[in-house]
Write a protein that binds this ligand. Structure first.
Ligand code: FCB
Length: 467
């Protein structure tokens, strides 16, 4: 395999999300999202950061597209801000929609394939009860249909949701993301409604898009290992986290049923009560690709008799536990190198993940995989010109590219890779403190400066990875 390059037509791109880069929070009639509201909660976001200006991409979009072109990217995954195109959950805004229409035109003019994500966590704050409200799934479908009507003549790739695990369990049970609730049963309810939104969204998109359009979903995966593989308790802990993080989403989507073991783990949290006749048929509508977000794996341990992990304080705020029904599971360090997020660097986890997904889910469904996010935050140090020689990130990317190549050699049908992220940006609860970009953003001047990792990605796109 060492001399084999990526397959012909392999797509190389970068990914961003509206709330993390756009700014212009009050322009084009945009109304608050749940993240605008959450940013105002003391202690919710590091340093009290918010999305008011972010990278000012809303005003600098042509410059950012030109930069992607200069780097030689073939594709760009961005998300649409729902409260920009449908402020206050009321009438659609032609000015808001026009921004995305111009972005798509600009990308196409530079030979960059647009990949649209409809929901990357910025729910209009005006929707009552957010994802606890079943009707939110129907509102999502209306929004999806309208965007399909507006952009479907030019956009061929559509992602309904980004990482529903984060917008449900991490947000409604873990309290770390908007709206910052700490209830396990709310996490479960939100997760089911998000999956329902996905299914309704697939139908809504297909009703307006050309037959050849590709519709999929992006999930985040945790490659979980027992800390001690010989320990039945650790193996049980790994099964549980694999269940809540991964199979809770893949099984309904690809098999039309929640996994029985996960239903048992979550007994008493109300999942059965949320499921209405026909829901699973909707959730398992055939899709055309699976988007994979992978950052790290984990090792887990714990004993079921342990008291649930105490609620932690973070930035002076109470946190819950996103591992609903399995709060006793603990994550342990394996002594691997870590990124600035403290996430373990484990490229082989990506190879294992891709091979597993292909074997168990996407291969049998006959659909390809795309890595829709992978990348790392590092403690970047710019020189006096703003240039960052981020060899740590270059190494991280190279090792993950090699892992993808190996998975392909072992038969996984992987067709593209989007680096997270094009720009340093608003990293959710971490605000601007964590930098994931291959392009540095100076938050005082908003100047963009490609890092060594951007040059590295460019050279991989034009010349390949080598041996
Ligand atoms: C993912 C999110 C993305 C970004 C990366 C680091 O979970 O989808 O917006 O924050 O993590």
């Amino acid at each position: 395999m060492t001399t084999t390059q990526f397959p012909e037509g392999f797509l190389w791109g970068s990914a961003t999300a509206a709330f993390q880069i756009e700014g212009a929070a009050h322009e084009s009639g945009r109304s608050d999202s749940i993240w605008d509201v959450f940013c105002r909660v003391p202690g919710a976001v590091a340093n009290g950061d918010d999305g008011e200006v972010a990278c000012d991409h809303y005003h600098r979009m042509p410059e950012d597209v030109a930069l992607m072109h200069e780097l030689g990217l073939n594709a760009y995954r961005f998300s649409i801000s729902w409260p920009r195109v449908r402020p206050d959950d009321a009438a659609f805004s032609s000015e808001g929609i026009d921004f995305y229409s111009r972005l798509v035109d600009e990308l196409l003019a530079h030979d960059i394939q647009p990949w649209v994500t409809l929901y990357h966590w910025d729910l209009p704050a005006a929707i009552p009860d957010g994802w606890l409200n079943r009707d939110t799934a129907h509102r999502f479908a209306e929004y999806a249909q309208r965007m399909g009507e507006e952009l479907g003549d030019r956009v061929a790739h559509w992602i309904t949701l980004n990482e529903p695990w984060c917008s449900s369990f991490l947000s409604y049970a873990g309290g770390e993301h908007a709206p910052g609730h700490t209830s396990a049963s709310e996490g479960v309810r939100a997760a089911h409604h998000l999956l329902l939104a996905h299914g309704l969204g697939v139908d809504a998109l297909r009703s307006v898009l050309p037959a050849e359009a590709q519709v999929g979903i992006t999930l985040n995966f945790n490659v979980v290992d027992p800390a001690d593989p010989s320990s039945p308790t650790d193996r049980e802990a790994a099964r549980r986290i694999d269940g809540t993080s991964n199979r809770f989403f893949t099984d309904p989507i690809f098999r039309g049923a929640y996994p029985e073991d996960v239903m048992r783990d979550m007994a008493g949290l109300g999942l059965e009560d949320c499921i209405q006749p026909g829901d699973l048929a909707l959730i398992s509508r055939p899709i055309d690709f699976l988007g994979v977000n992978y950052y790290n794996g984990s090792a887990v341990t714990g004993t079921p008799d342990d008291a649930p992990a105490p609620q932690q304080e973070a930035n002076g705020r109470r946190r819950g536990n996103p591992n609903v029904g399995s709060e006793w599971v603990q994550f342990v360090s394996r002594g691997l190198p870590r990124t600035a997020m403290e996430w373990e660097i484990q490229p082989d986890g990506l190879r294992r993940l891709l091979e597993r997904l292909h074997t168990e889910y996407t291969g049998p469904a006959g659909i390809p995989l795309y890595i829709t996010e992978n990348g790392c935050a590092m403690d970047d140090v710019p020189d006096e010109d703003g240039f960052v020689d981020d060899q740590g990130r270059v190494g991280y990317l190279r090792d993950h590219f090699l892992a993808v190549r190996e998975a392909i050699a072992h038969g996984a049908d992987v067709r593209g890779y989007f680096v997270w992220s094009l720009l340093d940006n608003f990293e959710w609860a971490w605000g601007y403190a964590k930098r994931f970009g291959i392009v540095r953003v100076d938050y005082d001047t908003l100047q963009r400066t490609p890092k060594a990792s951007a040059r590295f990605l460019s050279s991989v796109i034009s010349k390949g990875l080598g041996d």
